[in-house]
Design a protein around this ligand. Structure first.
Ligand code: HEC
Length: 194
Protein backbone atom coordinates (compact mmCIF):
# COMPACT_ATOMS: atom_id res chain seq x y z
CA UNK A 1 0.00 0.00 0.00
CA UNK A 2 1.37 3.43 -0.94
CA UNK A 3 2.09 6.01 1.74
CA UNK A 4 -0.49 8.30 0.15
CA UNK A 5 -3.17 5.62 0.57
CA UNK A 6 -2.17 5.09 4.21
CA UNK A 7 -2.45 8.85 4.84
CA UNK A 8 -5.83 8.93 3.13
CA UNK A 9 -7.17 6.07 5.21
CA UNK A 10 -5.82 7.75 8.34
CA UNK A 11 -7.78 10.87 7.35
CA UNK A 12 -10.87 8.72 6.83
CA UNK A 13 -10.38 7.12 10.23
CA UNK A 14 -10.04 10.58 11.85
CA UNK A 15 -13.26 11.67 10.14
CA UNK A 16 -15.06 8.55 11.34
CA UNK A 17 -13.84 9.06 14.91
CA UNK A 18 -14.98 12.71 14.78
CA UNK A 19 -18.37 11.55 13.46
CA UNK A 20 -18.67 9.02 16.30
CA UNK A 21 -17.82 11.71 18.87
CA UNK A 22 -20.56 13.97 17.49
CA UNK A 23 -23.01 11.05 17.37
CA UNK A 24 -22.21 10.26 20.98
CA UNK A 25 -22.70 13.89 22.03
CA UNK A 26 -26.06 14.06 20.24
CA UNK A 27 -27.29 11.01 22.16
CA UNK A 28 -28.37 9.30 18.94
CA UNK A 29 -30.32 6.07 19.55
CA UNK A 30 -28.12 3.44 17.90
CA UNK A 31 -30.70 0.66 18.32
CA UNK A 32 -32.66 2.35 15.54
CA UNK A 33 -31.83 0.56 12.24
CA UNK A 34 -32.21 3.83 10.27
CA UNK A 35 -29.57 5.47 12.46
CA UNK A 36 -27.32 2.41 12.08
CA UNK A 37 -27.70 2.63 8.30
CA UNK A 38 -26.94 6.37 8.35
CA UNK A 39 -23.80 5.77 10.36
CA UNK A 40 -22.75 2.96 8.03
CA UNK A 41 -23.30 5.33 5.10
CA UNK A 42 -21.15 7.99 6.76
CA UNK A 43 -18.31 5.49 7.27
CA UNK A 44 -18.62 4.29 3.66
CA UNK A 45 -18.55 7.88 2.33
CA UNK A 46 -15.45 8.71 4.43
CA UNK A 47 -13.54 5.60 3.32
CA UNK A 48 -14.61 5.88 -0.34
CA UNK A 49 -13.92 9.62 -0.61
CA UNK A 50 -10.40 9.42 0.74
CA UNK A 51 -9.58 5.98 -0.69
CA UNK A 52 -10.75 6.79 -4.23
CA UNK A 53 -9.09 10.23 -4.18
CA UNK A 54 -5.81 8.64 -3.08
CA UNK A 55 -6.08 6.00 -5.81
CA UNK A 56 -6.51 8.62 -8.54
CA UNK A 57 -3.88 10.98 -7.18
CA UNK A 58 -1.47 8.00 -7.14
CA UNK A 59 -2.47 7.13 -10.70
CA UNK A 60 -1.86 10.75 -11.82
CA UNK A 61 1.63 10.57 -10.34
CA UNK A 62 2.69 7.29 -11.96
CA UNK A 63 0.46 6.55 -14.97
CA UNK A 64 1.74 6.94 -18.53
CA UNK A 65 -0.61 7.56 -21.43
CA UNK A 66 -0.90 4.62 -23.81
CA UNK A 67 -2.85 3.44 -26.84
CA UNK A 68 -3.17 4.41 -30.49
CA UNK A 69 -2.90 8.10 -31.45
CA UNK A 70 -5.38 9.70 -33.85
CA UNK A 71 -3.79 10.90 -37.13
CA UNK A 72 -4.52 14.59 -36.68
CA UNK A 73 -2.79 16.64 -34.03
CA UNK A 74 -3.04 20.26 -32.97
CA UNK A 75 0.31 22.04 -32.67
CA UNK A 76 1.81 18.74 -31.64
CA UNK A 77 -0.91 17.91 -29.15
CA UNK A 78 -2.37 14.57 -30.10
CA UNK A 79 -5.48 12.63 -29.16
CA UNK A 80 -5.74 8.98 -28.22
CA UNK A 81 -8.28 6.74 -29.88
CA UNK A 82 -10.01 5.53 -26.77
CA UNK A 83 -12.90 3.09 -27.04
CA UNK A 84 -16.21 4.39 -25.76
CA UNK A 85 -16.97 2.80 -22.41
CA UNK A 86 -19.62 0.13 -23.01
CA UNK A 87 -22.02 1.27 -20.31
CA UNK A 88 -21.92 4.83 -21.61
CA UNK A 89 -22.52 3.75 -25.22
CA UNK A 90 -25.48 1.51 -24.31
CA UNK A 91 -26.98 4.23 -22.15
CA UNK A 92 -26.65 6.68 -25.06
CA UNK A 93 -28.29 4.21 -27.43
CA UNK A 94 -31.03 3.66 -24.87
CA UNK A 95 -31.80 7.37 -24.65
CA UNK A 96 -31.95 7.59 -28.48
CA UNK A 97 -34.46 4.74 -28.64
CA UNK A 98 -36.42 6.24 -25.79
CA UNK A 99 -36.49 9.64 -27.57
CA UNK A 100 -38.02 8.09 -30.69
CA UNK A 101 -40.54 6.17 -28.58
CA UNK A 102 -41.37 9.27 -26.58
CA UNK A 103 -42.04 11.46 -29.61
CA UNK A 104 -43.93 8.87 -31.65
CA UNK A 105 -45.87 6.89 -29.06
CA UNK A 106 -45.34 8.32 -25.60
CA UNK A 107 -46.01 12.05 -25.70
CA UNK A 108 -47.51 14.11 -27.27
CA UNK A 109 -49.07 11.89 -29.92
CA UNK A 110 -51.21 9.96 -27.49
CA UNK A 111 -51.57 13.18 -25.53
CA UNK A 112 -50.79 11.69 -22.16
CA UNK A 113 -49.68 14.12 -19.53
CA UNK A 114 -49.49 13.93 -15.77
CA UNK A 115 -51.22 17.28 -15.39
CA UNK A 116 -53.98 16.06 -17.72
CA UNK A 117 -54.44 12.91 -15.68
CA UNK A 118 -54.51 15.02 -12.54
CA UNK A 119 -57.15 17.36 -14.01
CA UNK A 120 -59.31 14.43 -15.06
CA UNK A 121 -59.09 12.88 -11.63
CA UNK A 122 -59.99 16.18 -9.98
CA UNK A 123 -62.98 16.56 -12.34
CA UNK A 124 -64.18 13.02 -11.63
CA UNK A 125 -63.78 13.55 -7.91
CA UNK A 126 -65.66 16.83 -7.98
CA UNK A 127 -68.53 15.24 -9.92
CA UNK A 128 -68.68 12.49 -7.31
CA UNK A 129 -68.55 15.07 -4.51
CA UNK A 130 -71.30 17.20 -6.06
CA UNK A 131 -73.51 14.16 -6.49
CA UNK A 132 -72.93 13.07 -2.91
CA UNK A 133 -73.77 16.51 -1.51
CA UNK A 134 -76.44 17.50 -4.05
CA UNK A 135 -79.27 17.94 -1.52
CA UNK A 136 -77.71 18.29 1.92
CA UNK A 137 -79.92 18.52 4.98
CA UNK A 138 -79.45 21.33 7.50
CA UNK A 139 -77.13 19.44 9.94
CA UNK A 140 -74.86 18.48 7.02
CA UNK A 141 -74.80 22.08 5.80
CA UNK A 142 -73.93 23.24 9.32
CA UNK A 143 -71.10 20.71 9.50
CA UNK A 144 -69.79 21.78 6.10
CA UNK A 145 -69.89 25.43 7.14
CA UNK A 146 -68.16 24.60 10.39
CA UNK A 147 -65.32 22.78 8.66
CA UNK A 148 -64.88 25.61 6.16
CA UNK A 149 -64.77 28.11 9.02
CA UNK A 150 -62.24 26.01 10.94
CA UNK A 151 -59.94 25.67 7.93
CA UNK A 152 -60.35 29.03 6.19
CA UNK A 153 -61.31 31.54 8.85
CA UNK A 154 -60.32 30.25 12.30
CA UNK A 155 -56.56 30.85 11.78
CA UNK A 156 -57.25 34.61 12.03
CA UNK A 157 -60.70 34.91 13.61
CA UNK A 158 -60.12 32.18 16.22
CA UNK A 159 -61.94 28.89 16.78
CA UNK A 160 -64.67 30.68 18.72
CA UNK A 161 -64.75 33.59 16.25
CA UNK A 162 -63.70 36.08 18.91
CA UNK A 163 -60.97 37.57 16.71
CA UNK A 164 -58.13 36.37 18.94
CA UNK A 165 -57.53 39.61 20.86
CA UNK A 166 -58.07 41.88 17.90
CA UNK A 167 -56.06 39.92 15.37
CA UNK A 168 -59.15 39.97 13.17
CA UNK A 169 -62.77 41.09 13.39
CA UNK A 170 -64.64 39.83 16.49
CA UNK A 171 -67.72 37.93 15.25
CA UNK A 172 -69.22 37.59 18.72
CA UNK A 173 -70.05 41.28 19.03
CA UNK A 174 -72.14 43.08 16.46
CA UNK A 175 -71.37 46.59 15.27
CA UNK A 176 -73.66 49.35 16.42
CA UNK A 177 -75.73 51.39 14.00
CA UNK A 178 -73.45 54.44 14.13
CA UNK A 179 -70.42 52.20 13.61
CA UNK A 180 -72.06 50.76 10.48
CA UNK A 181 -72.87 54.25 9.24
CA UNK A 182 -69.33 55.38 10.01
CA UNK A 183 -67.92 52.44 7.98
CA UNK A 184 -70.25 53.31 5.09
CA UNK A 185 -69.32 56.99 5.18
CA UNK A 186 -65.63 56.80 6.03
CA UNK A 187 -64.55 53.25 5.21
CA UNK A 188 -63.30 50.58 7.57
CA UNK A 189 -59.93 51.05 9.16
CA UNK A 190 -60.04 48.41 11.89
CA UNK A 191 -61.49 51.04 14.24
CA UNK A 192 -64.12 48.63 15.54
CA UNK A 193 -62.22 45.37 15.64
CA UNK A 194 -60.79 45.70 19.10
C1 HEC B 1 -55.58 36.15 7.07
C2 HEC B 1 -56.45 36.41 8.21
C3 HEC B 1 -57.97 36.28 7.96
C4 HEC B 1 -58.65 35.20 7.48
C5 HEC B 1 -58.09 33.85 7.05
C6 HEC B 1 -60.04 35.59 7.47
N1 HEC B 1 -60.17 36.85 7.93
FE1 HEC B 1 -61.93 37.86 8.11
N2 HEC B 1 -60.90 39.48 8.74
C7 HEC B 1 -59.56 39.54 8.96
C8 HEC B 1 -59.22 40.86 9.44
C9 HEC B 1 -57.81 41.36 9.81
C10 HEC B 1 -60.42 41.59 9.49
C11 HEC B 1 -60.61 43.04 9.87
C12 HEC B 1 -60.45 43.83 8.59
C13 HEC B 1 -60.87 45.26 8.77
O1 HEC B 1 -61.50 45.57 9.75
O2 HEC B 1 -60.56 46.04 7.86
C14 HEC B 1 -61.46 40.68 9.05
C15 HEC B 1 -62.78 41.07 8.98
C16 HEC B 1 -63.79 40.18 8.69
C17 HEC B 1 -65.21 40.52 8.74
C18 HEC B 1 -65.78 41.86 9.10
C19 HEC B 1 -65.69 42.76 7.92
C20 HEC B 1 -66.07 44.20 8.30
O3 HEC B 1 -65.96 45.06 7.44
O4 HEC B 1 -66.43 44.44 9.44
C21 HEC B 1 -65.88 39.40 8.40
C22 HEC B 1 -67.39 39.26 8.29
C23 HEC B 1 -64.91 38.36 8.15
N3 HEC B 1 -63.66 38.86 8.34
C24 HEC B 1 -65.21 37.06 7.78
C25 HEC B 1 -64.29 36.11 7.47
C26 HEC B 1 -64.63 34.79 7.01
C27 HEC B 1 -66.04 34.26 6.82
C28 HEC B 1 -63.46 34.15 6.79
C29 HEC B 1 -63.26 32.73 6.27
C30 HEC B 1 -63.90 32.42 5.01
C31 HEC B 1 -62.39 35.08 7.12
N4 HEC B 1 -62.93 36.24 7.53
C32 HEC B 1 -61.05 34.77 7.03
C33 HEC B 1 -58.63 38.54 8.77
C34 HEC B 1 -58.92 37.30 8.24
Amino acid sequence: MSSLMIKALAFAAALIVATLVVVKQMNVNLDDPINQLTLLGAVAIAVLTFGVSAKYVNQMKTDKAGGELAEENWDGIGEYKNELPGGWAYAFLGTLIWTVWYFLWGYPLNAYSQIGQYNEEVKAYQAKYEEKHANPDQPTLNQMGKSIFLVQCAPCHGITGDGMNGKAHDFTARMSKEQVLDVINNGQNQRYDR
